[in-house]
Design a protein around this ligand. Sequence first.
Ligand code: UD1
Length: 328
Amino acid sequence: MARVLVTGGAGYIGSHTAQLLLDAGHDVVVLDNLSNGDQAIAPGEADFVRGDVSDRPELDNLLADKGIQAVLHFAGSIIVPESVENPLLYYRNNTVASQGLIEACVAAGVDKLIFSSTAAVYGEPEVVPVTEDSAKVPISPYGTSKLMTEFMLRDTAAAHDFRYVALRYFNVAGADPQGRRGQSMANATHLIKLAVQTALGLRETLTIFGDDYDTPDGTGVRDYIHVTDLADAHVKALDYLLDGGEAQVMNCGYGRGASVREVIAALESVTGERLPVEVGPRRAGDPPSLVSRADLVRDTLSWEPQLDDLEIIVEHALNWERQLNQRR
Ligand code: UD1
């Protein structure tokens, strides 16, 4: 068992992972500035510190005083269009903040780090499914800011006694099966979040962003992964590093795609009602299809997804959104 620091542990993926780390018997310290996070979804059993990853003195104290053995770094900014409008904010919150964190780890002798990377590092891949070796040509500052952090991790691992796992997330969706937490960001732009809000009558219609792509039904295809399975991959990545595993960068998806229309059909099957949808133009910067090759993560971490089912994913997202709406 280890004592770990979870940055962004009051966020969507960080909070789910913090819970599974606690369930596995680890000691968890959450560091979150609550700029996008919600303290209500951070697990109550974790030691909660409100603070910023870029506050170096605070970080140095935390790493030393709390006896941290490994860091799971979720904190960051994730809205792709916002990164296009305000790139320097993304380089600060993602790249610069990560540089400071990695440096603090090396200085404190914390030699294990798990990093939230993204499929956005691949940009618009020419061949799908994408392997870890596919070309990295991000088309947004968000993707670039994450890829730059991967480079820093790679070079740090080569120069110092330091090992890391970077997980490149595909489309993360769903919510805690027990309803304790889910995607709480107020201005989320994700398909499944917007679709369940429409099903609950919080939005009038869902717009399909283009149905003339070169895909089986013309709509965009993505590799949707349940947040609890993704959180479990982090717990296994920690075990891997604790067991002496070498630095590794891995795709994290299920390795199969679903179209926008298939997501809508899954939701309609869960609710038993038709979803009001309309077809609109393509959204700038959306690749037609983004699906992972995910053999490496399965083989390296012995990761076995438990919730690889689109209906389960949308049902959990729906349950969470209903709760969130009642709370507000
Ligand atoms: C993007 C980023 C991802 C990031 C995520 C959340 C890329 C390649 N991926 O994923 O790294 O983590 O945003 O910020 O940049 N769609 C509709 N109608 C809607 C919303 C979406 O049809 O109202 C479609 C999109 O065109 C796309 C699919 O649904 O085909 C998924 O979109 P979304 O959930 O926004 O995620 P990505 O853009 O794939």
